[in-house]
Design a protein around this ligand. Structure first.
Ligand SMILES: *Cc1c(COP(=O)(O)O)cnc(C)c1O
Length: 375
């Protein structure tokens, strides 16, 4: 047995879409990106979606559009991937790390109250593993304090919380299509908002500051008006090279069609895990997974003897991980950290178990048997 922790589920549909892009000989920023953006707007039900090369880029630009004064502060969970807090540093801002709720592992509302001060300008809740942060409480809390809200939705793709899609609760939502996420474009991301005005500069910001992409120029040149200033562009804001390309968007269009089925399968696997470990001593689910309601990118457990169990599972050909070492104790961030006592200790019990849409029942049973076999 050799069971991977994560695995993208890609096949002939993606290949056919890529072939289409090849046949048209347009593989950079082009019409497939636009098509994917429109499909995403429809899928989430948001006003504006702009495709980027990663969620890291989305988080960077999400903060950048507000033009915050340097050295202001942004509330981020300690238990998250590096990008959530790196984006704060990219913008010359300071991360304020927030401890986790002991049960759900989302941002602790008590610690938010504790950590907030008047220098804070924004908050980035992360729906850790895909489990929703209580946005019905966070949004009014943040609005009272005049904080901008950016949802890091890298672990959730299409879930609703209290009847409203995650990613649309705050000002801006950021999604990831990195290969380990719920759906993939190889690498990729999406920035969304229900306020198009807020994202009005993002098309330029993702394309080195040019607010007119290659494809439009080419179409004008070849069809509309040969005398038009098809070559002309104006640089008025600082841009980055953050665009998605047509190859990635081609994969994304196929993945989006498969997403409901992939999500259904993930929920099914999580139910098998929950059932299987129900009576296993010294092991509990990482958080109150509710696979009938929400979509999860990761599944994990808390184990008394974490390291020994991980080594045992490895010897059985089962890959595991720990998500994450809290950022507040990472060398890069520690000068703003060392201040989230619960998660800085508790993460030592976390084990992430294999979860992807192609995982077979036999493999899940094998993983459960080995967790049980370990004493
Ligand atoms: C993966 C991830 C990101 C970054 O996504 P990329 O598309 O790889 O840049 C951001 N936040 C969280 C919580 C993630 O898990």
């Amino acid at each position: 047995m050799n069971i991977r922790l994560f695995k993208p589920s890609v096949g002939k549909e993606e290949l056919e879409n890529i072939k289409d892009a090849f046949d048209r000989s347009w593989i950079g920023l082009g019409p497939k990106v636009n098509e994917f953006e429109e499909a995403w707007e429809h899928f989430i039900g948001c006003e504006e979606a702009i495709a980027l090369n990663s969620a890291t880029a989305a988080l960077h630009l999400a903060l950048a559009v507000f033009g915050f004064q340097k050295s202001k502060k942004v509330l981020v969970p300690s238990l998250t991937f590096s990008s959530t807090a790196s984006a704060v540093l990219y913008n010359g801002l300071i991360p304020v790390f927030v401890d986790s709720d002991p049960l759900t592992l989302g941002m602790s509302l008590d610690d938010l109250d504790e950590k907030y001060n008047r220098d804070c300008v924004a908050i980035i809740p992360v729906h850790y593993c895909g489990h929703p942060v209580p946005m019905d409480k966070i949004v009014p809390w943040a609005r009272e304090r005049d904080l901008k809200i950016i949802e890091d939705c890298a672990h959730t793709t299409g879930s609703e919380y209290m009847g409203k899609k995650l990613g649309t609760w705050g000002d801006i939502g950021c999604f990831s299509f990195e290969e380990k996420k719920l759906m993939t474009t190889g690498d990729g991301g999406m920035i969304i908002s229900n306020d198009s005005d807020l994202l009005k500069n993002v098309r330029a910001m993702r394309w080195v500051g040019i607010d007119k992409d290659n494809w439009k120029t080419a179409v004008e040149y070849t069809s509309v008006n040969k005398d038009a200033l098809h070559w002309f562009y104006e640089l008025s804001i600082l841009g980055y090279k953050y665009n998605m390309n047509d190859l990635a968007a081609s994969i994304g269009l196929a993945q989006l069609i498969k997403l409901p089925e992939m999500n259904r399968r993930r929920s099914e696997i999580i139910k098998m895990y929950l059932d299987g470990i129900r009576n296993t001593e010294l092991i509990s689910p990482l958080l109150p997974f509710d696979p009938d309601k929400y979509i999860y990118q990761m599944f994990g457990i808390r184990a008394e003897k974490r390291d020994d169990l991980m080594i045992f599972l490895k010897s059985k050909g089962i890959a595991t991980g720990c998500h994450y070492t809290p950022l507040s104790i990472q060398p890069l961030f520690i000068k703003w950290g060392n201040n989230c006592p619960f998660i800085e200790k508790e993460h030592n019990h976390f084990i992430t178990l294999p979860l992807h849409a192609d995982l077979e029942n036999g493999e899940v049973d094998y993983i459960i048997e080995n967790i049980e076999a370990y004493k």
